[in-house]
Unconditional design. Structure first.
Length: 315
């Protein structure tokens, strides 16, 4: 294990310690496999294995996967190659309930249990640290269980010890409220798009999660630092980023990650570049003053960028 100490957040329901930054195997890695008609769940893209192994070697001990990424086999091989013991890794995965917006049916139509058993086998591990329902958008044409039935299966897997924590992703207040009413075991995590330019994926979701002891995980955390996602060279955070980058001697990406971490949220980032992977850990080397944090929050709220799923959330 590399000599790097990554801070953790404690999940309120189980007391488990989640490493405060995760490495994603979706987004660009998912696109690479979906984009190649010769690739499927069982075929291995060696480039993706290398990326995930590089991330583990760089010091990431929290891996974020999902059934729909079709990168489970690559993650399993990378873990094996790294030689890092299972107990030193935090592994998250997500249930593929099917995606009407991508015209893709669920890969495990009978529910999360099927997905978990297949996933553990593909990864070559005995348990998941965290398993999420990827989205609340269940469509009976794409999957054979309802959201409530899926949650019950997930609870059963939790009780059997196949998954140590359970949660959701892309849930709004209404769907979480509904779930809380049928849940015996409450969701520990909601993984949503979260960054300075999208402090609420949906109305009131961040406060709702905080008030209900649901840990937020942030995908697309680098958005405010990526010109490619903003399309505006003069976006309002630029001057503040410049000032803070000079003061702390870091890149805007690190300021973006630090703000997320300092707001009590776990960023899930990714890169295929070994140097940029290591750069992410600089977020733990400094602290924004309260004034700097508040200024960033205020400027961030004045501008909106949604990188993911506008077709689902901007209706
Ligand atoms: N639950 C959900 O529905 C979703 C979950 N996710 C999860 O979150 C993960 C991360 O999402 P993603 O949006 O990709 O995350 P980020 O916001 O971290 O963006 C990653 C992109 O930023 C680039 N990058 C990384 N570091 C730098 C840097 N220092 N400077 C400039 N560019 C940089 C990377 O390119 P390069 O490789 O060139 O460094 C990569 O393309 C996914 O892999 C997935 O696991 C994502 C979307 C939805
Ligand atoms: O990273 C992701 N890319 C995706 C594409 C389609 C559905 C979900 C996701 C992700 O979570």
């Amino acid at each position: 294990m590399p000599a790097l100490t990554i801070p953790t957040f404690t999940l309120p329901g189980t007391g488990d310690q989640v490493p405060a930054v995760g490495f994603g195997s979706g987004s660009k890695h998912r696109l690479k496999k979906w984009g190649n008609p010769e690739m499927n769940d069982d075929s291995i893209d060696p480039g993706i294995v290398t990326v995930i192994a590089d991330a583990i070697n760089a010091g990431f001990n929290h891996l974020d996967g999902a059934e729909t990424y079709t990168t489970r086999a690559e993650m399993g091989l990378a873990i094996k190659e790294s030689g890092v013991a299972r107990k030193h890794l935090w592994i998250t995965d997500k249930y593929d309930q099917g995606w009407a917006n991508f015209k893709r049916a669920s890969t495990s139509p009978s529910g999360p249990r099927e997905s978990i058993l297949k996933g553990l086998k593909a990864l070559g591990v005995e348990y998941y640290d965290l398993f999420l329902i990827h989205s609340p958008f269940f469509d009976e044409n794409l999957v054979n269980v309802t959201l409530a039935e899926a949650w019950k299966q997930l609870e059963q897997c939790y009780e059997e010890g196949l998954v140590k924590n359970i949660g959701v992703s892309n849930f709004d207040v209404e769907n979480l409220d509904k779930l809380m009413k049928v849940a015996t075991h409450k969701p520990q995590v909601n993984q949503i798009e979260y960054h300075l330019y999208l402090q609420n994926q949906t109305d009131g979701i961040s406060d709702y999660c905080r008030e209900n002891n649901i840990q937020i995980e942030a995908y697309c955390p680098l958005t405010p630092a990526l010109e490619s996602r903003i399309n505006d060279a003069n976006h309002p955070l630029k001057p503040e980023f410049k000032k803070l980058c000079e003061k702390y001697n870091v890149e805007p990406s690190v300021i973006s990650l630090r703000w997320i971490y300092q707001s009590g949220v776990i960023p899930i980032t990714t890169s295929s570049n070994a140097e940029r992977m290591k750069q992410a850990f600089q977020m733990f080397d400094f602290e924004l003053t309260d004034e700097e944090f508040d200024t960033l929050t205020k400027i961030g709220k004045s501008y909106k960028v949604r990188a993911y799923f506008p077709e689902l959330f901007e209706k």
